[in-house]
Write a protein that binds this ligand. Structure first.
Ligand code: ADP
Length: 479
């Protein structure tokens, strides 16, 4: 059952109940008031009859001796009068009663036995009868009965009943129709919302919003909430699409990158098979090639594993570390990497200790990646400088070289996985180093940026938030 139908039925039922109660109250009020009026009229009539009865003084208490007035004087078209003696025998009656008489039941004649008014059926129609005793020296010498046909009242009440039924029916029908229209108007915005939502769902067009121009009532709030939910859904959907596209690209790049060394290895193995024992120099070269590619493959495999773990949400365990210590401890190894370059590590003289929440192992790895790149892309004799300084509660590590530099169009992409600006130049690269460096830095709550100019050199800058004095002490106490 639709809400519209339910609302209409509820509305009609309430109106029907109200109309029913109103009709019943009206009907009973009219009936009671009319009956009261009739009763008053009957009593007055009886009083008039009583006052005109003449009882001769000293008469024996026999009803027959009551001088009865002409009861017809007191009767009307539908008012009947009759007089009874003390034993209940009819003494006189109005002519309009014809051969009939008002019913005489013994209990009527017992004074004080309930109400003096009775409603009795007389030849198929109801008559209201008032019985009053005629007293003479405190003794009952007879009774006056005044009756009135209830037929006109019944007819009137019947007409009222029919009118009430008709008016009630019309009112309920009218209320139902109005309720049906009102429910339609009230539910129209919801209908619109439903249609918009269905359309958005069917077309998967999460950029669309439900158009609601109206007050900020319940429906306005529903529309706003719905649009808010669509915002979230759109974001999630876009994010998912981007992630999916990135994943697809990653899989395609990974399979491509893995195939290249494998092709080289296979070619060399075939060459070895053919030239075994014939060309010792060529054999040595082929074995070197194989070794080189196998090294690259295993490096790529371990780097891919690192990135896969990062994608799976694995986090680096951080603890308070001193960057001065980290850089000092890795400097020797870096110097070996850059042995035939002018390699320097400099610390801001104003600092003695730079505490950050970090992992010494991973920070060393980032430095190795950057210095290794600087070496790769700088000619022997070139300059490479690693520096550490502090600015605005951030530790700043810079790795600067005066090597080949990076073209402007490549700069925004060098942190992408497998992206290599010049693939033919350094075959040993995997294109994953900077992607890993970026992940490690972001795990430290930091940021990595690059500025570079072709043929002039590049500068990689890492910014990591420093631990305040209080935080350092707290972390040391905890550990
Ligand atoms: P790769 O294994 O190729 O070095 P990276 O992710 O470490 O992969 O670097 C991505 C690309 O960024 C490199 O292929 C190179 O083109 C460019 N690049 C990185 N560091 C430097 C640098 N110091 N000088 C010039 N180019 C660089």
């Amino acid at each position: 059952m639709t809400i519209r139908l339910k609302l209409t039925l509820w509305y009609s039922s309430i109106v029907a109940l109200t109309v029913l109660i109103f009709s019943m109250v009206l009907y009973t009020t009219v009936w009671r008031n009319s009956l009261r009026d009739i009763d008053t009229a009957l009593r007055r009539r009886a009083e008039s009859v009583a006052s005109s009865i003449f009882l001769p003084p000293g008469m024996a208490l026999r009803a027959k001796s009551i001088v009865i007035p002409d009861v017809d004087v007191f009767s009307g078209a539908d008012v009947y009068v009759q007089v009874l003696d003390s034993s209940g025998d009819l003494v006189a009656k109005s002519a309009n009663l014809g051969s009939q008489s008002l019913p005489i039941t013994p209990d009527i004649l017992t004074v004080g036995n309930g109400s003096p008014f009775r409603t009795e059926a007389v030849s198929g129609s109801y008559v209201r009868i008032y019985t009053v005793p005629i007293l003479y020296r405190n003794s009952i010498v007879g009774f006056i009965q005044v009756g009135r046909s209830l037929q006109p009242l019944m007819t009137q009440l019947n007409r009222l009943k029919i009118s009430l039924v008709l008016v009630s029916l019309a009112t309920v029908l009218f209320a139902g129709a109005v309720g049906w229209l009102m429910a339609k108007t009230a539910l129209k915005p919801i209908d619109k919302l439903t249609r918009s939502a269905r359309e958005i769902g069917e077309k998967r067009d999460f950029g669309k919003r439900v158009a609601y121009r109206g007050p900020a009532d319940e429906i306005g709030k529903l529309a706003a909430t719905f649009n808010m939910m669509l915002d979230g859904l759109e974001q999630a959907y876009n994010h998912l699409e981007m992630a999916l596209a990135g994943q697809k690209r990653f899989v395609a790049d990974a399979s491509h990158e893995l195939r290249t060394p494998l092709t080289v290895i296979k070619g060399n193995v075939q060459l070895l098979r053919k030239s075994i024992g014939l060309d010792p120099e060529g054999t040595e070269e082929a074995i070197q090639d194989i070794e080189f590619e196998v090294d690259r493959l295993s490096r790529m495999a371990s780097e891919l594993l690192d990135l896969a773990r990062a994608d799976a949400g694995q986090h680096i365990v951080l603890a308070p570390v001193d960057l001065v210590e980290v850089i000092t401890s890795v400097a020797k190894r870096l110097a070996v990497l850059a042995s035939d370059r002018d390699f320097n590590v400099t610390f801001d003289p104003a600092i003695s200790c730079v505490p950050v929440m970090g992992s010494a192992e991973h920070l060393e790895r980032v430095l190795t990646i950057l210095v290794d790149n600087a070496v790769k892309y700088t000619e022997p004799g070139g300059k490479i400088n690693v520096s550490l300084s502090v600015s605005d509660h951030y530790a700043i590590i810079k790795v600067k070289d005066n090597g080949s530099g990076i073209a402007k169009e490549d700069l925004p992409r060098i942190f992408e996985r497998f992206y290599r600006a010049d693939k033919t130049r350094y075959r040993s690269g995997t294109g994953l180093g900077l992607a890993i460096a970026k992940w490690i830095v972001s795990e430290h709550g930091g940021q990595i940026d690059v500025t570079s100019e072709l043929k002039k050199g590049s500068e990689f800058t890492i910014r990591i938030p420093m631990l305040s004095q209080g935080e350092t002490e707290k972390s040391i106490r905890k550990s």
